[in-house]
Design a protein around this ligand. Structure first.
Ligand SMILES: Cc1cc2nc3c(=O)[nH]c(=O)nc-3n(C[C@H](O)[C@H](O)[C@H](O)COP(=O)(O)OP(=O)(O)OC[C@H]3O[C@@H](n4cnc5c(N)ncnc54)[C@H](O)[C@@H]3O)c2cc1C
Length: 429
């Protein structure tokens, strides 16, 4: 039976585009099916940690709107301090531009890109896969799921065990040009307010991307959190309220006092949307037969920070490598992919989860530690830049490091209790 391509990739986000790029660049025939017309808006902060740059073999600078060197921390809107680094800590992009650029690179490398093609299902047969879209069907030898949190490929392949949902809201908000200039290199980060969650401001070229995120169990608390966060950092323009199809009522009359405002003069809320962040909580299988899953489809979101673009790019690259080994006859199955994702990415994400437990058990202590200790601040920057990994954090505890799993386990119990309390009581007025 004939094939339309050796590999079909579903989804044109960072995971799908980079998997396709690496395959096509090595001469493998690839089709990428994407449901949306590009460029398309993606609900995302668009923050890139420095370590992504080492994974992408071409220059991303055209998509980078701002370079971050400072973080303004607050704990429950209070105890504000700003820390600055000589070296760039992260980069801010708009995902519509970044994803368009990556997809274009995949096409230039030889990928056949079909947009407006929504995959509705697939069937694995003995010697290939038939993929159906709303319009037609395609056949390939291998299938890479990179369809993001919607998860059609991972669901049909039975690869969604141990995935918990995070949830985040993202607003694009214009502001006074002077304020955009003042904060062009500064990220705002409020933590320790919503258990397991945080709020952020990422400066972009002509607006701020502002969001809140956390465990999906707090979905009802997120808009009040967003509202309070906005009140704590700036001056609201009463004209800036919007209601999008996915938004709940955005109350501008927050009852909260504004303890330590930065007084950003906000102008207009251009959009506000929510979207899930899938988080895998255990090592698992990331392939089934001739299907591999990557990025958000595989649940590779960072439970501590919500970062997913790096893990999407990296898993896309690993998937491409595993497909090439299989197609060249070097391996008889795709086991190596699941093994690599578990050994490399899941090991790191599970460590992130342990640090999350610890942070949520004693958020103010860690907040103060980052403020007062140069060593802690440097370590924070090194993890963001990819010079150190989460797993190195435990090594920082020297002779006490063997106690790390126990301490994090106990912290996890405290974290759970805080979550239950917060669910009962919510924000105090
Ligand atoms: C509010 C919010 C803020 C975030 N901020 C950050 C951040 O600052 N930094 C960071 O690193 N991560 C962030 N993330 C996480 C990040 O957005 C994701 O982890 C990342 O986009 C995953 O990339 P992906 O390629 O796996 O999936 P996606 O980027 O979601 O791409 C999936 C693609 O598949 C397409 N698709 C879906 N279903 C189908 C189908 N049936 N057929 C065909 N195509 C389909 C979609 O249209 C989409 O283009 C954030 C997430 C949220 C929700």
């Amino acid at each position: 039976m004939s094939f339309d391509a050796d590999v079909i990739v579903v989804g044109g986000g960072p995971a799908g585009s980079m998997a396709s790029f690496f395959l096509a660049a090595e001469g493998v025939s690839v089709i990428l099916l994407e449901k949306s017309a590009f460029p398309r808006y993606k609900v995302c902060g668009g923050g890139l940690t420095h370590k992504i740059l080492a994974e992408i073999p071409f220059d991303l600078s055209g998509t980078i709107e701002t370079t971050i060197r400072s973080i303004r921390f607050s704990h429950a809107f209070q105890h504000v301090f700003t820390r600055t680094s000589d070296e760039p800590m992260m980069y801010c992009t708009m995902r519509s531009d970044l994803d368009q650029f990556l997809l274009q690179k995949a096409a230039e490398a030889g990928t056949n890109v079909f947009t407006g093609e929504q995959v509705t299902g697939f069937i694995q047969e003995e010697n290939g896969i038939t993929i159906t879209t709303k319009a037609r069907s395609y056949r390939s030898r291998l299938l890479i799921g990179a369809e993001g949190a919607s998860g059609i490929v991972s669901r049909v392949a039975g690869l969604r065990d141990s995935i918990e949902q995070g949830l985040a809201w993202e607003a694009e908000v214009t502001a006074d040009p002077d304020d955009l200039k003042t904060y062009a290199q500064t990220v705002f980060l409020d933590w320790g307010t919503l258990p397991g969650g945080y709020a952020w401001v990422f400066p972009k070229k002509d607006h701020f991307s502002i969001g809140v995120g956390g465990p999906a169990v707090f979905s009802k608390q997120m808009m009040p959190y967003y509202d309070r966060f906005m009140s704590s950092i700036g001056v609201q323009n009463p004209q800036s309220s919007v209601l999008s199809p996915q938004s709940s009522v955005l109350s501008l009359q927050s009852s909260v006092l504004r303890p330590q405002t930065s007084d950003i003069r906000f102008k207009e809320t251009l959009s506000i949307h929510s979207w899930p962040i899938p988080i895998r909580t255990k090592k698992s299988r990331f392939h089934n037969g001739h299907v591999l899953v990557t990025g958000d489809s595989a649940g590779l979101g960072d439970p501590l920070t919500g970062e997913g673009i790096y893990y999407a790019v990296r898993s896309g690259k690993l998937a491409a490598g595993a497909c090439m080994e299989y197609l060249s006859g070097k391996t008889g199955d795709l086991d190596v992919y699941s093994q690599k994702v578990n050994d490399e990415l899941m090991a790191e994400l599970l460590e992130a989860n342990r640090i999350k437990h610890l942070f949520n058990a004693v958020p103010l202590k860690i907040h103060s530690f980052v403020r007062d200790s140069d060593r802690a601040w440097r370590a924070f920057g090194k993890v963001l830049r990819g010079e150190r990994w989460y797993k190195d954090v435990r090594n920082g505890f020297g002779k006490w490091k063997h106690l790390w799993p126990l301490v994090c386990f106990l912290a996890g119990i405290i974290e759970k209790r805080k979550e239950v309390n917060f669910l009962k009581k919510g924000f105090r007025a």
